[in-house]
Ligand binder design. Structure first.
Ligand code: GLU
Length: 282
């Protein structure tokens, strides 16, 4: 039976040192300034940290948002558009900029990146899903770092996954990852809205995404992204059903990612413990 990170919790922290394959998800608000332009310092630190984690022998897959947000910034639009063609056009511009930046920066650390763009119908069709899985496996065999986003330029409502929190949980399941790490602009799941209540407490571990837990999800996320706590909790449900542990942590300081794999380091975030994988999960 697969070894579970949640079984290894101890008083000094969470031991995830055995984790081999990790999916990281980074949101628009972590990657960009409020202007929509890339937060270069943060992106550089993120890439450096992920490259180092790859160097340590772990396989990594990055699910990166930001195509629409960065496209909005690059095109000089005043705000995120709401109509589908404008969003698709912004994504076409921003995805290009994102991959250019990832390619350049990962190359500095001698890593090869690969762009994987998927939509909902790549998952719902069994053959296409198998093709996506095969591609991921081969890329990881080749030692490349897959960088995944929804194919926003062609995705319309009917075929959309819709948010990258859910996409990251699907990718974690398709690649049989040991762990999903969602980097956000919040430290984790709180018992009440930390923007409104000073005494809000961070929940360290969650064993099941119950209705009570779902009720803790506030409204929508930031101006430039599409997420919020609700989509993260949905991702946690998908991850749990597929036997994958999931962490939500703040992406503000990417070096904190090292703490996940260091049992001695104090770790700040919320761990959603996996269940046995459901037979008919994604
Ligand atoms: N695929 C969208 C983008 O790259 C992001 C979706 C999300 O923020 O969840 O802009």
């Amino acid at each position: 039976m697969k070894k579970r990170v949640s079984e290894l919790n101890n008083q000094s922290g969470i031991d995830l040192s055995h984790v081999k394959r990790v999916v990281f998800k980074v949101g628009t608000s972590t990657l960009t300034h409020a202007t929509g332009r890339l937060n270069l310092r943060r992106v550089e630190r993120l890439v450096r940290t992920l490259a180092d984690i790859r160097n340590s022998g772990r396989e990594i897959i990055l699910v990166s948002s930001g195509a629409i947000g960065v496209g909005v910034g690059k095109l000089g639009l005043k705000r995120r558009p709401t109509d589908v063609p404008s969003k698709q056009a912004a994504a076409a511009v921003g995805q290009c900029e994102l991959m250019y930046m990832y390619d350049k920066q990962f190359s500095e650390y001698s890593h090869t990146v690969a762009q994987v763009l998927i939509t909902g119908d790549d998952i719902s069709d069994a053959q296409r899903k198998q093709n996506v899985c095969n591609t991921f496996e081969r890329l990881l065999d080749f030692g490349a770092i897959p960088i995944v986003n929804e194919n926003d330029t062609v995705a319309v409502e009917e075929i959309m996954i819709g948010d990258n929190d859910t996409l990251s949980a699907i990718v974690a399941s398709l690649t049989h990852a040991d762990l999903l790490v969602i980097l956000s602009d919040i430290d984790g799941l709180y018992d009440k809205d930390p923007h409104k209540y000073q005494d809000a407490r961070l929940i360290r571990t969650v064993s099941g995404v119950t209705d009570e837990i779902l009720a803790l999800a506030g409204g929508k996320g930031s101006e430039l992204g599409t997420g919020g706590m609700f989509t993260k909790l949905h991702a946690a449900q998908v991850a749990q059903e597929n036997g994958i542990d999931m962490i939500i942590m703040n992406g503000r300081d990417p070096a904190r990612i090292y703490d996940i794999f260091d049992p001695q380091a104090p770790f700040t975030g919320t761990l959603f413990k996996a269940r046995e994988a459901d037979e008919d999960a994604v």
